[in-house]
Design a binder for this molecule. Structure first.
Ligand SMILES: [Zn+2]
Ligand SMILES: [Zn+2]
Length: 105
């Protein structure tokens, strides 16, 4: 199949944009199904909006005082970064195992 540059219409701004031969080749190679609906600038805006829907919150870890980003809204200051959370969890699990108990599911 010969690929040629195609002119598509952006669904957001209505502007025409070029879907280049190279982009089409990439599209086919990747087995993608949805042809581009937005021009480059609108798809950048669209992606930025998607990211905004999943805001990151900055927390200060209670243990190491490092700032860390978490995908949920912190309810209190009693919060750990991912590293400390995992090492605390491991410590807790080690304690549980040391006392001969089973780990909670
Ligand atoms: Zn557009
Ligand atoms: Zn930490």
């Amino acid at each position: 199949m010969e690929l040629t540059d195609k002119v598509l219409v952006c669904k957001d701004c209505g502007d025409k944009f070029i879907w280049t031969e190279g982009e089409q080749k990439f599209f086919i190679d990747k087995g993608l199904k949805n042809i581009p609906k937005r021009c480059k600038s609108c798809s950048a805006v669209y992606k930025a909006q998607l990211n905004e829907k999943h805001p990151q919150h900055w927390i200060t870890c209670k243990i190491c005082k490092k700032k860390a980003e978490v995908p949920f809204e912190p309810k209190s200051d009693d919060i750990l970064c991912e590293d400390c959370f995992h090492s605390e969890l491991k410590k807790r699990n080690d304690l549980i195992l040391a006392s001969g108990e089973k780990l909670p599911e």
